[in-house]
Design a binder for this molecule. Structure first.
Ligand code: NAD
Length: 443
């Protein structure tokens, strides 16, 4: 099938490459000329495991193409996926500027029936709003082509996006059109062989499903962080508590880790956007408000431990901190709302310097903070420690899990670890002479 994707970010590019891989003829459109130039040259401009070979293979096979020409994208296919960003607006609500802009472009260029598939995370009612906007543009052009808007929210996780897309837990199709449903079934049929993972529902339910899923996951994290605060004060270990509650199948082991607070491009913005949607419709959301508040507090928790260890903010001036992990989670280069940034900016504000290592996100960090002279990026984990006063761990990359502690102690000026990801056994490190601070396992 011929398909067009608008937006070649984490979602759009993975969607395009995976749909090409299973045999569709995919054209990806983006307004970012540098990104499209790189992609045309076969260079994937973001870090996502397994994505590069898919792009390389399908570009060579001619099943995947890239362009900045929106009209060509509209002409290419009867089904057009919208996967552009929906960043938070000033009041926390989702900024639909890119989505509505693409809808206007498509309606302004289409000369036959089209199905628009909304992959971006958009507030409830957006499918209706997009349909109304596109129909207005069409009628201004004196046209009455058929137009269906399908809500098809994406649930992939950065870091395992290709695997998630290829083996989805479920595929949500929000439409009341039997014809659109049949087309969506055909597109996703190769992912749906083992058992039927397609859940067809009314578009508003599909839109809310995406926000509800992210809000539930964010709630689990804030819940564990709140319990971690209690554990810390009362001498319990949140990691033992986690195992204890996770063993109950009604709770489960997934997504119940205390840490530095949730970050990334989705949870913070989606929780805020859901609160904003509810508020605009006079629905109180005290639980979601608390989830966001706990998270905001948690993001400065590790810095609070650093302050307590050294006695005051003034005592941080002139010190150097090693940082392991910048990305908001492992296996991505994405720095959007990464908790590491809050910690590093707090250290900078206190006059400290940073020596950081991240296996993938160093480039994004350098681009974000170009011009600053109070950090150094290094290319291996141990070099970050050289001459530093302490190590801060912000992302649980695999390569941080079992390091050589003797080597680390030799390189640091003092054996001190502030671990925002609870990677190590406190008792063992204490026996080896480390001052070790985790989350929810001792003050
Ligand atoms: P992104 O910022 O990585 O990519 C968005 C892309 O859209 C950019 O390349 C941008 O240049 C392009 N774009 C903007 N306006 C455009 C236009 N008019 N025409 C063509 N391209 C345009 O964003 P992302 O992380 O891929 O997220 C996209 C959407 O998917 C968001 O709504 C997000 O909430 C949702 N989502 C993201 C994830 C994730 O893990 N990143 C997961 C599920 C859903």
């Amino acid at each position: 099938m011929k398909l067009t994707i608008f937006g070649t970010g984490y979602v759009g590019l993975v969607t395009g490459a995976c749909l090409a891989e299973i045999g569709h003829d995919v054209l990806c459109i983006d307004i970012d000329e540098d990104k499209i130039a790189a992609l045309k040259a076969g260079i994937v401009p973001l870090y996502e495991p397994g994505l590069q070979p898919l792009v390389t293979r399908n570009l060579a096979a001619g099943t995947l193409a890239f362009s900045t020409d929106a009209a060509r994208g509209v002409a290419h296919a009867p089904v057009i996926f919208i996967a552009v960003g929906t960043p938070p607006g000033e009041d926390g609500s989702a900024d639909l500027g890119h989505v509505l802009g693409v809808a206007r472009t498509i309606a302004g260029a289409m000369d036959a029936d089209r199905i628009l598939v909304m992959k971006s995370t958009v507030p409830v009612g957006t499918a209706d709003a997009v349909a109304a906007l596109a129909r207005t543009v069409l009628s201004e052009r004196g046209l009455a082509h058929g137009l269906e808007i399908v809500s098809n929210p994406e649930f992939l996780k950065e870091g395992s996006a290709v695997a998630d897309f290829m083996r989805p837990d479920r595929t949500i199709i929000g439409t009341v059109s039997g014809e659109a449903e049949a087309v969506m079934r055909e597109i996703y049929e190769p992912f749906n062989r083992n058992h039927d993972r397609l859940l067809v529902m009314e578009p508003r339910s599909a839109e809310l499903t995406k926000y509800a899923a992210n809000a539930m996951l964010a709630t689990k994290i804030s819940f564990m962080n709140e319990i971690a605060g209690i554990a810390e004060r009362l001498g319990a270990d949140i990691d033992q508590v986690r195992r204890g509650i996770g063993a109950d199948p009604r709770i489960g082991h997934h997504f119940i880790y205390a840490g530095m607070g949730y970050g990334g491009s989705c949870f913070p913005k989606d929780v805020r956007a859901l609160i904003a949607t509810a508020a605009a419709n006079d629905v109180p959301t005290p639980l979601l408000g608390a989830v966001a508040d706990v998270n905001a507090r948690q993001r400065s928790h590790l810095f609070g431990k650093i302050l307590r260890h050294y006695g005051s903010a003034a005592a941080l001036a002139g010190r150097t901190f090693a940082v392991w992990g910048l990305a908001f989670k492992p296996n991505t280069d994405d720095l959007r709302e990464a908790p590491s940034l809050d910690l590093i900016e707090a250290l900078w504000a206190a006059g400290a310097k940073v020596q950081a290592f991240d296996p993938a996100a160093g480039g994004a960090f350098a681009a974000r903070y170009s011009g600053r002279d109070d950090y150094r990026l290094v290319t291996d984990r141990y070099s970050a420690l050289d001459g530093a006063d302490a190590l801060c761990i912000c992302t649980e990359w695999q390569q941080f899990r079992a390091p050589d502690f003797e080597e680390m102690a030799r390189r640091l000026t003092r054996p001190v670890i502030f671990d925002g990801r609870n990677l190590y056994a406190p008792q063992r490190l204490a026996e080896q002479g480390w001052a070790y601070y985790g989350i929810g396992r001792g003050l």
